[in-house]
Design a protein around this ligand. Structure first.
Ligand SMILES: Nc1ncnc2c1ncn2[C@@H]1O[C@H](COP(=O)(O)OP(=O)(O)O)[C@@H](O)[C@H]1O
Ligand SMILES: O=P(O)(O)OC[C@H](O)CO
Length: 499
């Protein structure tokens, strides 16, 4: 009997479910957006019930859309927006607060206080991360303090906490399993990435009771089965990874020095560093890429908070386009941005600047500037941010990249990919299957149940769609990067007194 793998990809703006076959080809995709909540400037929340209802809805739709029954599935793999965190009541399953999303800046001042007290070194050494509001730890502490009675209930073990993977597994198993994987756990500020377990010093520092936390497991193993009645048959849940790590696996960047960049809401560049935790000198993150059995693979990561989201803003905030795909034609209608530089620091700046107080900035406007120039500058900004990441990554790793694998919604934009190759000075390679996040989760699940035998089999499945070669003169590239960095300086520390 032909069997399939179902990947659940719970992203920042939508939930997706994709059925893959044994060739790693997509049989059916179902996707549903859900509401974003912005209760205050710099705050971003998701309703956990929306995350679950859209995710289970698209899972059912994908199974039936592919003409399958749940019994045709060999396994389910889960991948998810990372760092976004929620707390719920173990008895009722009711969340005590909306999920606080990775983009949310509300704990910036708490991070400042911890930094002033001199804790960043310890955090950096144990977690590979920086003290930034991006990560889950301070968000958990904020919820425990903000919701009346929550801290006491957490201490008594009445509450459960988790990143989105944990919430989905809890729901899928009818509250039976409270687990996460090492790649997701490595984004919380609470995991010691050298041991792969929660760290008592970090828990004490961030005031997070251990009783709240899920069990940390590898990224590829059979964790359990879906609850009876949910999908029509019980299906093994066999893979879990944070979406950027899953995309790295889906791009089969399985060897030291291979890198990918995903252009979704944000933009995330990860380079495989094998079994070595590389300590960045350039404010990149060291993170767990995935764990198979006892073996952990690590990565260097550059995280940019606003990439494709800048296109959403052109659409929803300014009404310049009706659909994200229209941005390419608009931006192509001018030869360049006409000297306009756009720093989309809507929620501060991530790597390598890490400035939660930076805000969106447009410079270089003249009477000749048009919406096309702004659209072009918006696309340029995505590529400039990635250029900053690669520059830092090459310096940290000592690897001179020749080829960057790309994926994510905005990687469909050919102009953006060409500008990216020009600004990086390296070949940009887009694979046939750009749903690499879901594919990575499918691969991790498939390996655990023997659907695929080994990594070599996965490497043989990966196929190139298109390559973009750099065409810009190096001196001109450098000049443009210098101007971009001047624009970045103008965006920095703007909101210092507001947050
Ligand atoms: N043709 C395009 N050009 C530029 N950006 C695009 C294009 N198509 C989609 N996007 C952007 O890509 C993002 C969606 O990508 P996706 O990988 O689905 O993101 P996520 O997983 O973060 O929800 C949106 O922010 C959207 O604005
Ligand atoms: O949902 P995405 O694809 O924007 O990814 C979000 C990242 O995991 C945040 O770290």
């Amino acid at each position: 009997m032909t069997r399939y793998i179902l990947a659940l990809d719970q992203g920042t703006t939508s939930s997706r479910a994709i059925v893959f076959d044994q060739q790693g080809q997509i049989r059916f995709t179902a996707q549903k957006e859900f509401p974003q909540h912005f209760p205050q400037p710099g705050w971003v929340e998701h309703d956990p019930r929306d995350l679950w209802s859209t995710q289970i809805g698209v899972a059912q739709e994908a199974i039936s859309g592919a003409g399958l029954r749940a019994s045709d599935l060999a396994a389910i793999g889960i991948t998810n927006q990372r760092e976004t965190v929620l707390v719920w009541d173990r008895a009722t399953g009711e969340p005590i607060h909306r999920a606080i999303v990775w983009q949310d800046r509300r704990t910036a001042s708490l991070c400042d206080a911890l930094r002033t007290q001199g804790h960043e070194g310890l955090i950096r050494e144990k977690t590979g991360l920086l003290l930034d509001a991006y990560f889950s730890g301070t968000k958990i502490a904020w919820m425990l303090d903000a919701v009346p009675g929550a801290r006491d209930r957490a201490e008594r073990g009445e509450l459960a906490c988790g990143t989105v993977d944990t919430w989905l597994v809890w729901q899928l198993t009818g509250g039976e399993l409270h687990v996460t994987d090492t790649s997701n756990a490595s984004r919380t500020l609470l995991l010691n990435i050298h041991t792969g377990d929660w760290d008592d010093d970090l828990l004490a520092l961030l005031r997070v009771p251990r009783a709240l936390l899920p069990q940390v497991r590898p990224s590829s193993e059979v964790y359990g089965e879906t609850a009876p009645g949910l999908l029509g048959a019980r299906v093994k849940i066999a893979g879990i990874a944070g979406d950027q790590q899953a995309a790295t696996f889906g791009q089969v960047c399985l060897h030291r020095g291979m890198a990918k960049n995903t252009y979704g809401t944000g933009c995330f560049m990860l380079m495989n560093t094998a079994d070595e935790v590389v300590t960045s000198q350039n404010r990149l993150l060291s993170t767990v890429a995935w764990q198979r059995g006892e073996a952990r693979t690590y990565a260097l990561e550059g995280s940019v908070f606003v990439a494709g989201a800048v296109v959403q803003w052109l659409r929803d905030g300014l009404g310049l386009i009706r659909d994200a795909a229209e941005v390419e034609a608009l931006a192509t209608s001018v030869p360049d941005s006409g000297g306009v530089f756009f720093v989309p620091a809507f929620v501060g700046l991530g790597a390598p600047y890490w400035d939660p107080y930076a805000r969106g900035t447009v410079v270089g406007l003249t009477r000749g500037s048009t919406k096309a120039h702004l659209a072009r500058a918006a696309l340029d900004s995505v590529a400039f941010q990635a250029a900053d990441l690669l520059d830092a990554m090459e310096r940290d790793s000592g690897v001179r990249l020749s080829d960057l694998r790309v994926d994510g919604g905005a990687s469909r934009n050919n102009l953006l990919m060409q500008v990216q190759a020009d600004l990086l000075g390296v070949t940009v390679t887009r694979p046939k299957v750009t749903e690499t996040t879901a594919l990575g989760a499918a691969f991790l699940a498939g390996l655990a149940v023997g659907y695929w035998q080994d990594e070599a089999e996965l490497e043989a499945l990966w196929q190139v769609d298109c390559q973009f070669e750099p065409g810009l003169d190096p001196a001109e590239r450098e000049q443009r990067l210098v101007r971009w960095r001047r624009a970045v300086e103008r965006s920095r520390a703007w909101a210092e007194e507001d947050v």
